[in-house]
Design a protein around this ligand. Sequence first.
Ligand code: TXA
Ligand code: MG
Length: 318
Amino acid sequence: MTTIGNDLAWAATLLEQGKLVSIPTETVYGLAANALDAAAVARIYVAKDRPQFNPLIVHCANAEQAFSYAVDIPEQAYRLAQRFWPGPLTLILRKSAQIPDLVTAGHDWVGLRVPKHDVSLQLLQQLSFPLAAPSANPSGYVSPTTAQHVLDGLNGKIDYILDGGPCTVGVESTIVSFANEMPQLLRYGGITPEAIKEVLPDLVIYENKENEAPLAPGQLASHYAPGKKVIIGNLSQLLEKFAGKNVAVISLQQKFPQLDSSKQIQLSPSGIPEEAAQHIFRALRTLDKSDATYILAELMPEEGIGRAVNDRLRRAAV
Ligand code: TXA
Ligand code: MG
């Protein structure tokens, strides 16, 4: 049995012992272990059933600590950190020798981030090491945005869940890599590409081609996937096409009077993209538990944080 609680000191004790604790962040809940302890990090891969080729993000208390685990840091990385940390941005930088190879799945590059969540920051400040933490879900499934979601997926496999309430951003961090000549955005997330381009006008957006190994190895085409089949499109047309079938619907704001209210979720009744991001994973989980056979969903406008929501929906639909 895994318990949920608010005991920071207990969480710190467990982490010092090399155990696994789920921590709240502003994006999604993470599954944390001492990033400098390879044996502890190995337990993360086991608990999540995560492929060993998929590296982990290292979470730090502040930028100074984060940069101490990287070498050859470009000036642009400092500028991004200054603007967006603490916050939903992960920087991929050349790793220092202190970071075990297991954290980076053998790469010379490490993902670093300072989360913007009081509970996690307090915990990180108490610890003498940073925390390696992927999202706290079984590999491939929908990311967790509440402590209960974590329990639903990992009960019995981890030692404690630190409850910090529902995540406010709701989609994972944006990943920017400095592993190539030009800075590259590898994953859409909580910081919009538009905001990053204000600091780095020459940012390259990396679009993963089908059948190509992704640069961020976790960005596999099928990911964030509920057990039910997810179909994306124009909802009115899809509802006609699926007439007579047991369907549930995720819309941005439109209501469908012909459907029972338990079979539809409006991500943001007032049409605010940030609110849609906050609720997307919860919506997928809720409808996955319903008796519907298909989950029909519409994409958000392709701008701002809507890109991150659409990216998650597309991968959920593969
Ligand atoms: O918001 C987030 O980033 C959350 C919270 C917990 O911080 N974490 C998260 O971790 O989303 P995870 O493991 O679910 O996704 C991390 C992504 C994966 O796609 C992984 O391949 C990529 O980051 N990544 C990590 N380190 C990398 C590296 N050195 N090079 C390229 N991609 C990397
Ligand atoms: Mg994940």
